[in-house]
Ligand binder design. Sequence first.
Ligand code: NAD
Length: 416
Amino acid sequence: MSEENSNDPSGFDRLRRAAEHVPGAEAALARLAMPLEMRALRLALDRDDGTRTYLPAWRCRYDDALGPTKGGLRFHQGLDAATVERLAFEMTVKCAVMDLPYGGAKGGVRVDPKALSAAERRRLAAAYARAFADTIGPERDVPAPDVGTDAGVMGVIADAYAGATGRHAPGVVTGKPLAAGGIAGREEATGRGAFCLVQQLSQALGLSSVCRVAVQGFGNAGMHMAELLAGTGRRMVAVSDSSATLVCEDGLDLGPVAAAKREGQSLADLDGLGGGRVRDRDAILSLDCDLLVPAALGGAITGANAGGVGARVILELANGPVTGEADTILAERGITVVPDVLANAGGVTVSHFESLQNRQGEAWPEERVRERLSEAMGRCGAAVAELARDCGLTLREAAYVRALERLAAAVAARGC
Ligand code: NAD
């Protein structure tokens, strides 16, 4: 699977189409046709063997009409400027859909994170923070973990930023370790947010409390969501990872499967565990079920395989797992898609709580984080569903309309 879908409508095309439902959005559209700031820099990384490698690095602040820009920092060998810009645009839409006081951003380094030692990763994170110290900042642009980065990388960035600017500013990043000002519940936030959304929209989506669910990508986001769904009686008929699908028509016993995955095992080696049988990796896509959750990478469901999808509802927990071509085929087949800009927004929502916590010098209890997350996902999910119903739109179209309404109002209020 690739995160690149070159034949897809761009996010901006979707926003332009949304403008048909948002009177007076011309000024916002004109502004959002290009990013506010796109910086490309060369980073020098001193390797453990004494050699020096040069790596391309980017940070794109797409738009700040709604507040300081916010978005992940990615270390990935396939990263390029166009991907960074596209993801920064999508963050702009996501923050707007979720009523968050942020604009969108994204950044990263083209590097294979698996080829770095722990010390090299730390040096690279510090080099990034020093190089982009004028771009990022608590009131300007706030990175968070993404593919290939984690809480440890965020801790290093906060430290290097403090060194470069002479200011203690934990709010320069979110997704930090707890001891460095991080928030309880950040790791589960994306999966839990999607779970809250399913709870909120179950009636509208026709998903009963015993519906059959399949989760493609049993990693951080997918595993948390699967465990929460199973805990409320939904039947987990399959989970998959990059090695295989594990299937049980009667519902997997998820506990031992999750424990084995957390120990680093692959599903291909778990035949029989939790009542599951091993099938090939992509078998999960055509299984008969009520809800399919693609939670691996972008481009999982394409024009080539959308015709064989066996689910009635798809919830995009990954970024961009359904291509534009697939979207059309799924709509024709009456399959509902809950779009990524809403479905996986639990992570950035809890990042916002982390920023609030840092500004107030507080440490929120996990229960408070969960309650506020549930409220936010429920409220914004209901608003998107209502808009879709009232205007005869898909949930994706409705999410873009809601985002454009907020962005257009903010642009107008600033007199732009
Ligand atoms: P992760 O690396 O923890 O998990 C990804 C899982 O997908 C792994 O189990 C991997 O084996 C599996 N996988 C990879 N290729 C696969 C394939 N071809 N078929 C089936 N499974 C495959 O990553 P994550 O943090 O859970 O993120 C997953 C997706 O969710 C990404 O698209 C990410 O951008 C998106 N997302 C994550 C967060 C977050 O907070 N974690 C927030 C927003 C969006």
